[in-house]
Design a protein around this ligand. Structure first.
Ligand SMILES: [Zn+2]
Length: 327
């Protein structure tokens, strides 16, 4: 673990403490977050307990933990053995929780909704395609999805060459999808007209460095699509946060724009909205960034920051809408 005395996005040292919590290994109780916390403490950082402070940068408003994880620990978080340990912990928590009849019903309902889940995925894929189609200045002939799983988010791009870079997938060709072996191969196959970073930036230690690395794999006027969950609202309001979802940075629009300014990417589109993942609606920021083409465009180019407080109010309304619309 390493103390994080400055903002991981903008390097500002003027930070505010949101929450300080001490987490301990505890017996499994049917509580999903505790069983995940047990895996994190025992198997990733090898401690019986750990105190995390949740900090907000007073400048770009990024939220992050201190101490933070080492690159080795982050790699370990995504290793097959930790993934398996998390799945076992979830199953155990679910096993304990299943005892009540009402919750058993919940499980039946979930099985029932597999078709619904496919439909939601299909909808997300269509939305991504039409958003990119409306913003792209040139045809998307090659698209790369980082952390793209089975590639279902790219389904709408029927006329594009589709590449997936996902550490949980074996390299190779499956139908019209090329699964890449790593960043070196991704670079060799590039450049791309579109790179998709859907629910990725919140998982990496250095979001600016990460975007910069993939930016090199874009051709002129190419796009990056970014989607991040909106979690800062409840962290700020409830003053609670635990690093159990493997999320390391919690973004608002302002901090996401700060990432793009540092990478000299132009923000073409940015919006908070409710998105249906599996069966639940979740609030997320969707953004499309473009690599500036002509150098003359470049110096215009810092993206303006939206008002943090105005955004916060908007996102609180989004959360309320979610609460009232969830079935
Ligand atoms: Zn900052």
């Amino acid at each position: 673990m390493k103390e994080n005395s400055f903002c991981p996005i903008c390097a500002n040292k003027d930070l505010r403490l949101i929450a300080q919590q001490n987490f301990k290994v505890q017996p499994d109780s049917g509580d999903f977050s505790q069983s995940r916390m047990n895996v994190l403490l025992k198997d990733v950082i090898n401690r019986e307990q750990m105190a995390f402070s949740t900090m907000i940068c007073k400048d770009c408003r990024a939220i992050f933990f201190t101490p933070t994880f080492s690159p080795e620990q982050v790699t370990k978080m995504y290793s097959p053995e930790i993934t398996e340990a998390n799945e076992k912990a979830d199953a155990k928590a679910e096993g304990i929780a299943q005892k009540s009849w009402a919750q058993q019903r919940g499980i039946l309902e979930r099985m029932d909704s597999l078709a619904f889940q496919d439909e939601m995925m299909q909808q997300r894929a269509e939305n991504l395609y039409s958003l990119v189609d409306s913003l792209a200045n040139k045809p998307v002939t090659k698209v790369l999805d980082i952390g793209g799983g089975d590639g279902s988010l790219l389904k709408g791009f029927v006329h594009s060459k589709k590449y997936i870079l996902d550490i949980s997938r074996d390299a190779g060709q499956v139908n019209d999808l090329t699964f890449l072996s790593g960043t070196a191969e991704a670079k060799a196959q590039g450049p791309y007209d579109l790179i998709v970073l859907s629910h990725i930036l919140e998982h990496v230690l250095d979001p600016v460095g990460f975007v910069q690395m993939y930016k090199q794999m874009l051709s002129e006027q190419s796009l990056i699509y970014v989607e991040v969950p909106i979690e800062y609202v409840s962290i700020v309001l409830k003053k609670k946060c635990a690093p159990i979802g493997q999320h390391l940075t919690f973004f608002c629009k302002r901090s996401l724009i700060e990432v793009m300014n540092r990478c000299s990417m132009q923000v073409k589109y940015m919006k908070s909205e409710l998105i249906n993942y599996r069966k639940m609606a979740t609030a997320a920021i969707k953004a499309v960034m473009v690599l500036p083409g002509a150098p003359s465009e470049n110096h215009s180019s810092k993206n303006k920051y939206p008002s943090y407080y105005l955004d916060l109010v908007g996102d609180i309304f989004l959360m309320l809408k979610k609460r009232f619309s969830s079935r």
